[in-house]
Design a protein around this ligand. Structure first.
Ligand code: GLN
Length: 452
């Protein structure tokens, strides 16, 4: 009993969950047993999953990691979590995350920081990546079999890489955004995070599919992703984007990338160098478009419709807005709202937002050109292993730079996956990223499978 209590305390110390719902998971397991007894087997019968707190879950507090939504219990279920439940999965709880999915370290949550189950060389606490840091920590620590994540500019892939797990962001439009708290709607995409590629393939199949409630949802059949896992890459060409070789990238990341290329070659792929010339503009473009959309999406938190309301004595409506938003949003969210409002404002719209939209098109065209020469791209997921807690928290630019390899695929809406590919010199997990053509999740998953 003592060992059990220690294990539970250790697990809780990661702070991966915001709300625990073991009774919901148990119910699903019992329902799965009963269905099995009747000879009905659902694809995820009784599988315990964690759900990122960005997904609205009926009757269970859903806060997007923010004080402004504390106490918000949605009367509806997000399409993605509803699909997982319909396939038999049980929800163990809601997973911690950076506030409104803004961050790369899970240090901005109103529920407190999440700790990576891996420790640094000097036993220092490390970040689990972000914004899906509760998801990555929980899966890595084996607290759940899999989890949902969302990826706007890397939030599935980078935390997966930092914790030694696998995560895939499908093509924009594959998973419905309905019931997922909006951050940057033209980029937001849900996806699974799990121990390996096969588990991701199985979860992805349940999560995606057409949803008339999301106007950007793709009305296409859902492939049997698991069937694509042969590990055979004969006839495939994998591109190595030369612009991803950036200054100051640690030698261990370069070596990992090289090893990954060798493994794909061994699996039958041909490797070619390709060029994505606008890569260097991806990060600044992302950090204009994402905050612009966020500032607009977050306007709805006004103290009237959801969650927190701060109404100063004798104040008017504007006073209530100000007090609510001042108290409810954290610093990073306020920073994004200010940047976003600025780049959308009358005098600066053309210089920043419109320009960023044009560059986004150029970045998309870079990929279109690359696909004339290859089927997939291989790159590192992040420029470093998990960093120490507190390391970048006061330096937003350093934090944003960690997303450098993830944002291009997001801006182009392409499927991209991180697979654990080795250990750093300090013994920490490192991830490699596979980026595919739109709708080629099968190709991405199969190449990832060959890398495992
Ligand atoms: N780290 C990036 C950001 O802070 C990406 C976040 C995400 O994908 N949700 O915006």
């Amino acid at each position: 009993a003592e060992a059990h209590n220690d294990a539970v305390a250790g697990a809780r110390a990661l702070n991966a969950f915001t709300v625990e719902t073991p009774e919901v998971a148990l119910q699903a397991a019992e329902a799965a047993d009963a269905a099995l007894a009747r000879g009905e087997a659902k694809p995820l019968a009784g599988i315990p999953l964690g759900i990122k707190d960005l997904f609205c879950t009926e009757g269970v507090e859903s806060t997007a990691g923010s004080n402004i939504l504390k106490g918000f219990t949605p009367p509806y279920e997000s399409t993605v979590s509803a699909k997982l439940k319909a396939d038999g999965a049980g929800m163990l709880g809601k997973l911690n995350m950076d506030e409104f999915a803004m961050g790369s370290s899970n240090e901005t949550s109103a529920w407190g920081k999440v700790t990576n189950p891996w420790r640094g060389k000097g036993n220092e606490a490390l970040v689990p990546g972000g914004s899906s840091g509760g998801s990555s920590a929980a899966v890595a620590a084996r607290l759940c079999a899999g989890a949902t994540g969302t990826d706007t500019g890397g939030s599935i892939r980078q935390p997966a890489a930092f914790t030694g797990i696998t995560g895939i962001k499908p093509t924009y439009g594959r998973c419905s955004r309905w019931g997922v708290v909006a951050f940057a709607s033209s980029l937001d995409q849900a996806g699974p995070m799990a121990r390996d590629v096969r588990d991701c393939a199985i979860l992805l199949k349940s999560m995606c599919g057409f949803d008339p409630k999301d106007s950007t949802s793709l009305d296409l059949p859902v492939p049997d992703f698991e069937a694509a896992l042969t590990g055979d890459l004969k006839g495939k060409t994998v591109g190595i984007p030369k612009e991803y070789t950036i200054d100051g990238i640690p030698a261990e990341i370069d070596a990992l990338w090289q090893r990954g290329a060798d493994m794909l070659r061994d699996a039958g792929a041909e490797l070619v160098e390709v060029s994505l010339p606008h890569t260097k503009y991806a990060l600044p473009t992302y950090y204009i478009i994402a905050p612009a959309e966020a500032s607009s999406n977050l306007a709805r938190y006004d103290g009237v419709r959801y969650g927190l309301r701060e109404a100063p004595e004798g104040g008017n409506l504007i006073d209530m807005y100000e007090a609510t938003r001042s108290a409810g949003f954290g610093d990073e969210v306020k920073r994004r709202i200010m940047i976003g409002t600025y780049v959308l404002s009358a005098g600066y719209y053309d210089a920043y937002y419109l320009k960023a939209q044009k560059v986004r098109t150029l970045i998309q065209r870079d990929f279109d050109e690359a696909w004339k020469r290859c089927d997939l791209l291989l790159a590192p997921t992040a420029p470093s292993a998990a960093f120490a807690m507190g390391d970048k928290v006061d330096d937003p630019i350093a934090m944003y730079l960690n997303d450098v390899f993830c944002v291009p695929a997001s801006l182009a809406g392409l499927p991209a996956m991180s697979v654990p590919a080795g250990l750093s010199d300090d013994g920490l997990p490192l991830g490699l990223q596979l980026i595919g053509k739109a709708l080629d999740e099968e190709g991405v998953l199969n190449a990832g499978y060959a890398l495992e």
